[in-house]
Ligand binder design. Structure first.
Ligand SMILES: NC(=O)c1ccc[n+]([C@@H]2O[C@H](COP(=O)([O-])OP(=O)(O)OC[C@H]3O[C@@H](n4cnc5c(N)ncnc54)[C@H](OP(=O)(O)O)[C@@H]3O)[C@@H](O)[C@H]2O)c1
Length: 230
């Protein structure tokens, strides 16, 4: 992933990489968000390398509810011996993470980023960070993660969380794996949800840093086209 050396990481927040896998028509999943395994074996291995290079991996509670990911590094997929597992960070403003979700299983350090709206309590091994009144504000969460020792953060989705990072400009790299498949329909989630863009001035500018074939699909690598707002 070319994660930066410690000295190049911002002091105020972690270096942030967004990553996702989409169909050729830009869908993250099947209708109603049912999980689509879009990554090829080559892409799955790429994602394990991304996970292995970061201090923490973040997803939204929507992804936890629909996919129940473990957010662990699958060392066996990259032929590496196990190292330190990244911390899991769940963006969950109102406490909707199911008690039996894999991210709460206590096997790796876990943070629930939440808001004052939630009165939910968690097992002792889960740390909570209150980072907003009604939602999780990235501008409050990211500095807190940095103070907690998270220097490199990988954000894996889903559509709502990717929208927030995209709109805030609080990211440094965005890699997208495009699978050679069309999902189609009107109910399959797009890569990015959030507010509509009424015109070009409301779109999020990106710069394309590279495109690489990966098996039958390809990975495109972007960075923000505008300066971050932090
Ligand atoms: N193909 C891929 O690479 C990939 C990867 C991940 C997920 N997915 C797919 O993505 C879909 C889930 O996407 P989703 O949009 O429903 O859920 P999501 O982005 O995972 O989570 C969205 C939820 O997170 C909470 N949240 C807290 N703080 C937020 C913030 N600052 N910004 C945005 N959300 C925040 C909100 O719920 P509260 O207000 O209750 O907190 C929000 O509804 C699933 O279909 C999953 O399969 C695909």
């Amino acid at each position: 992933m070319d994660a930066p050396a410690d000295a190049a990481i911002p002091a105020a927040r972690p270096w942030v990489a967004l990553n996702c896998a989409v169909s050729m028509d830009g869908r993250l999943a099947f209708a109603e968000g049912a999980r689509a395994r879009l990554s090829s074996p080559e892409d799955l291995a790429r994602v394990q390398w991304l996970r292995a290079e970061v201090d923490a991996i973040a997803v939204g509670v929507g992804t936890v509810l629909l996919d129940d990911p473990s957010l662990r590094v699958h060392w066996e997929l990259i032929g590496a011996t196990g190292g330190a597992e990244p911390t899991r960070v769940i963006l969950d403003a109102s406490g909707r993470t199911p008690p039996k979700a894999r991210v709460l299983d206590g096997t790796t350090p876990t943070i629930v980023a939440t808001s004052r709206r939630s009165s939910r309590t968690y097992p002792a091994h889960v740390r909570t960070i209150v980072a907003g009144e009604g939602t999780v504000e990235l501008a409050r969460l990211l500095p807190e993660l940095r103070r907690s020792g998270v220097r490199r953060l990988l954000v894996e989705g889903g559509a709502g969380v990717l929208a927030s990072f995209a709109r805030s400009g609080l990211f440094d790299r965005w890699t997208v794996y495009y699978a050679p498949r069309v999902i189609g329909g009107a109910r399959a989630p797009p890569m990015v949800a959030g507010p509509e863009s009424p015109g070009m001035e409301a779109t999020v500018p990106l710069r394309l840093d590279g495109v690489e074939r990966l098996g039958e699909g390809f990975v495109a690598r972007y960075r923000p086209g505008a300066e971050p707002t932090d």
